[in-house]
Design a protein around this ligand. Structure first.
Ligand SMILES: [Mn+2]
Length: 317
């Protein structure tokens, strides 16, 4: 990784135009990593980056620092060829969405990611699937290259870590905790950041609560499945983490699945597991992610059918 960080440093020195992006419908790690990366580059190399996203930014991220620096990708001239495209926290090529044109047109592409990914698309990869968040890798690059930071950057990296680890519940090792200790010593206030994200619309919280209340249970309660209808999907804010959290608290539940009817024949799947790895199940549905938190989007199938296929997929687990 050290060698690649050095090459990244050289590329940043010579690039005159830089675009930064992550996966579409960004979550806390994706958006905060993009904003922190851009701010770090401006502070340390003097280059102002273009930050783009595809899809929707959830309301709970409205109040994060530098939020207004990120723009929907279709507001940017898509024919523009950037010297450098930086792809963060993206998981897989098909999850990039519209900004993929910037990747294809860029002179050089760097990716920084912590997802399990067999087909990285960049010229230079600074990936670590053992990191709890892309923000963790960014922090390590920042320290390795002795970059200057500021209060906004420290807050953004802290939010990236807090959101992807579910406030440390999913931390795989001590790395994200020791980084957070350093960030807190640098002035980050965790309570303040968690409070700033309590910003969901009332409808969104009520839709999530109703989906949890309507969950079904299979295989002697080991598998819980909640569904969000197409009508309710429009009112969601984010990916439904709250539903997964609530159902995962039930005694005896090992696996939680959330099915979201995004369109009539497009079903989003989120899967969480208490211990056994389930990323292979997500891959079988065309998705991926992490060992105990993964997901997929199935196109060309109905909610009813995907529901059946999910129950089958957990047979014998
Ligand atoms: Mn992430």
């Amino acid at each position: 990784m050290e060698k690649n960080i050095k090459i990244f440093d050289e590329k940043l020195r010579s690039a005159k135009s830089i675009v930064v992006m992550a996966h579409k419908n960004p979550d806390g790690d994706a958006l905060c990593s993009v904003l922190a990366m851009a701010q770090l580059i401006e502070k340390n190399y003097g280059t102002r980056c273009v930050c783009v996203y595809d899809g929707n930014v959830p309301d709970y991220l409205d109040n994060i620092p530098l939020r207004n620096n990120a723009h929907c990708w279709d507001k940017v001239d898509v024919k523009k060829s950037f010297d450098l495209a930086i792809l963060l926290d993206y998981g897989a090529e098909h999850q990039v969405g519209g900004p993929l044109t910037f990747v294809q047109n860029a002179k050089y592409v760097v990716e920084i990611d912590h997802h399990i990914n067999d087909n990285p698309i960049a010229d230079l990869c600074i990936d670590d699937d053992g990191a709890d968040a892309t923000g963790v890798i960014l922090y390590r690059i920042m320290r390795n290259l002795a970059w200057r930071d500021d209060a906004d950057i420290r807050d953004l990296l802290a939010i990236a870590i807090l959101t992807d680890t579910g406030n440390f519940k999913f931390a795989h090792n001590g790395m994200s905790l020791s980084i957070m200790a350093d960030l807190v010593d640098g002035g980050v206030n965790i309570h303040h950041l968690v409070e700033l994200m309590n910003n969901k619309p009332r409808k969104a919280v009520l839709v999530e609560a109703a989906a949890a209340a309507g969950a079904e249970f299979f295989y002697r309660n080991r598998l819980a499945i909640a569904t969000i209808s197409r009508r309710d999907y429009r009112n969601m804010d984010g990916r439904g983490e709250m539903i997964l959290n609530i159902l995962g608290q039930i005694k005896g539940v090992e696996y939680v699945v959330l099915l979201k009817e995004q369109k009539e024949t497009q079903i989003g799947i989120s899967i969480r597991s208490r211990s056994v790895a389930i990323d292979k199940i997500a891959s079988a549905f065309g998705g991926g992610g992490h060992e105990r938190a993964a997901g997929a989007v199935v196109r060309g199938d109905t909610l009813e059918n995907v529901h059946k296929r999910i129950i089958d997929a957990f047979k014998g687990m």
